[in-house]
Design a protein around this ligand. Structure first.
Ligand SMILES: N=CN[C@@H](CCC(=O)O)C(=O)O
Ligand SMILES: [Zn+2]
Length: 408
C-alpha cells in the first residue's frame, strides 16, 4: 500500500539490539524518510538535534523489523486430519507415501481461486505483522503446474503490494511429485526446468528457486538440474535439505552458492565446512522439528565453530509447521536447539536478511538501511526469546512509517 514518508524523526532513550548485539547505553535512532540516518548514544545528541527532531517514540527495546525468511504462507485447505493421524502413530513420511501430506495441500491449492488464496494468506500475514514481522519470504510449491505455481506467486506478490510488509518470493516447483507424474520424477523435473522456471523468471514472479532434496521428494541429480536451470535464468538458489535423512543436498547447494540451506537436522561436519566456504546461511526451522517430534538436532556447535550465520524462521505451512508466530520460534530455537537469545534474535534479523540476499538494506539498525524496526514493551531484548507472551509490540515501523502503535 503506498505510504507517505515522514521526514526526519527521532526514537529516543531506547535499548538497542541492532541485529548483532545489544548496547549498554540508552540510544537514539534517527530516520529520514524510509531510511535510517543515524544511530548514536543519547549523550551524543546535540541540543539542536533534541530541539529540532520530532520524537516518534521514547523508551522500550528497539530491534530491526523481524524477518521470517522461510514460509509457505499461501496454500489452500488445512491438514488437521493429518495431525490426528500423526497422534495415532503415522509418520510425516508415511502420510506422504499414502498421497496425503504436501499432495493433499496441492489438491486444495489447485482448487482454490486466486482471491481465496489471497484472503486466507492475508490473515496469516496479518498475524505475522502483528508479531513484528516486516519482511517475509513466501514460497510456491503447492501448485506443481506452471499455471498453479504462477498463481501462488502472484498471490504472494499481491500481498506485498497491499500490506506494509516486504514480500520476497521463492519458486519451489520441485517440492513434491504431482500425482499425474507418478513414477516419472525425471519428466517432472524436465517440466520444472524447461517450462516452469523460464516462465516464472520471464514474469518476474520469483526472487529465488528452492528444491526439496529428500528421499520422499527429489534426489541429488534432480536437485542439481533445478539449480542449474535457476542459475541459467539469473535466480539464486536455496534448498530444503538434510531434513529427514542425509542426502548431500547441503554440500550440493553450497557448490551453487546457495543463499541458504534450510532444516539441516542431518547436516555433517563436511557439509558445515562446505557451507562456511560458500557463505551460505544455515536456516534452522524449529517449528517443523517440534511438530514432527524430530530428535535429530542440527549441529549447532559445528555451525558456531565454523562461523556460519544461523537464521531461524517459522516455516509456516499447513503440515510440518502450522505455526505463524515468529516470536514463538525464537523461544523454540533456544529451548529445542540451545541457541542463545542473542543468536536467536540475530537469526530473525541480520542473518535472516543474509538468507534472502538482502543484508545491504535490511536486518540491521545502521545508517543507510531501510527504516524497518520494532519497539517492544520489554526491558531487554532477550525477553523476546525467553517469554512466550502476546502484546509486547509497542510500535512497528515499516519504511519509516509507524504501521502499528499500541501506546497503552
Ligand atoms: N519439507 C518440506 N516442505 C515443507 C513442508 C510442507 C508441508 O508439509 O506441507 C517444510 O519446509 O517443512
Ligand atoms: Zn519449508
Amino acid at each position: 500500500m503506498p505510504q507517505s514518508h515522514p521526514n526526519r524523526q527521532l526514537w529516543r532513550d531506547v535499548t538497542l539490539f541492532d541485529g548483532e548485539r545489544t548496547y549498554d547505553a540508552p540510544m537514539a535512532v534517527i530516520t529520514d524518510n524510509d531510511r535510517i540516518e543515524r544511530v548514536c548514544r543519547m549523550n551524543e545528541l546535540s541540543d539542536a538535534d533534541i530541539a529540532d527532531l520530532p520524537v516518534a517514540g521514547q523508551g522500550g527495546v528497539l530491534t530491526p523489523g523481524l524477518i521470517d525468511c522461510h514460509t509457505h504462507l499461501v496454500f489452500g485447505g488445512q491438514r488437521a486430519g493429518e495431525f490426528e493421524q500423526r497422534l495415532e502413530g503415522a509418520s510425516y513420511a508415511d502420510i506422504a507415501a499414502q498421497g496425503g501430506g504436501i499432495i493433499s495441500t496441492v489438491r486444495a491449492t489447485r482448487e482454490a481461486s486466486e482471491d481465496d488464496l489471497y484472503t486466507s494468506a492475508a490473515k496469516r500475514l496479518q498475524g505475522l505483522m502483528a508479531d513484528g514481522v516486516t519482511t517475509v519470504e513466501i514460497k510456491s510449491g503447492y501448485g506443481l503446474t506452471t499455471e498453479h505455481e504462477a498463481k501462488m506467486l502472484r498471490v504472494a506478490r499481491r500481498l506485498g503490494e497491499q500490506y506494509p510488509v516486504r514480500v520476497v518470493t521463492t519458486f519451489l516447483g520441485a517440492h513434491a511429485l504431482p500425482p499425474e507424474y507418478k513414477d516419472r520424477k525425471d519428466d517432472y523435473i524436465d517440466l520444472v526446468c524447461n517450462d516452469m522456471i523460464p516462465s516464472i523468471a520471464d514474469q518476474g514472479l520469483a526472487d529465488a528457486v528452492d528444491v526439496f532434496c529428500e528421499g520422499i521428494a527429489f534426489n541429488l541429480d534432480q536437485t542439481e538440474r533445478v539449480f542449474q536451470a535457476a542459475h541459467k535464468h539469473g535466480l539464486p538458489i536455496k534448498g530444503h535439505v538434510e531434513q529427514l535423512s542425509h542426502l548431500g543436498g547441503a554440500s550440493l547447494a553450497a557448490k551453487y552458492n546457495a543463499l541458504s540451506v534450510d532444516h539441516i537436522e542431518w547436516l555433517t561436519e563436511d557439509d558445515v565446512q562446505a557451507i562456511a566456504e560458500s557463505g551460505t546461511v544455515a536456516t534452522l526451522l524449529p517449528g517443523a522439528f517440534y511438530t514432527l517430534r524430530d530428535t535429530q538436532v542440527p549441529p549447532i556447535d559445528a555451525l558456531r565453530r565454523a562461523r556460519v550465520p544461523m537464521a531461524i524462521a517459522t516455516d509456516g505451512n499447513p503440515g510440518s509447521s502450522p505455526i505463524f508466530q515468529l516470536t514463538l520460534i525464537l523461544n523454540m530455537a533456544c529451548t529445542l536447539f540451545r541457541l542463545t537469545p542473542t543468536e536467536a534474535l540475530q537469526g530473525v534479523t541480520a542473518n535472516a536478511a543474509r538468507a534472502l540476499g538482502l543484508s545491504e538494506q535490511l536486518g540491521s539498525i545502521q545508517p543507510g538501511q531501510r527504516a524497518d524496526f520494532c519497539i517492544w514493551d520489554i526491558e531487554q531484548p532477550a525477553e523476546l526469546a525467553y517469554a512466550i507472551a502476546p502484546g509486547r509490540l509497542r510500535q512497528r515501523v515499516f519504511d519509516g512509517v509507524i504501521t502499528h502503535a499500541n501506546d497503552q
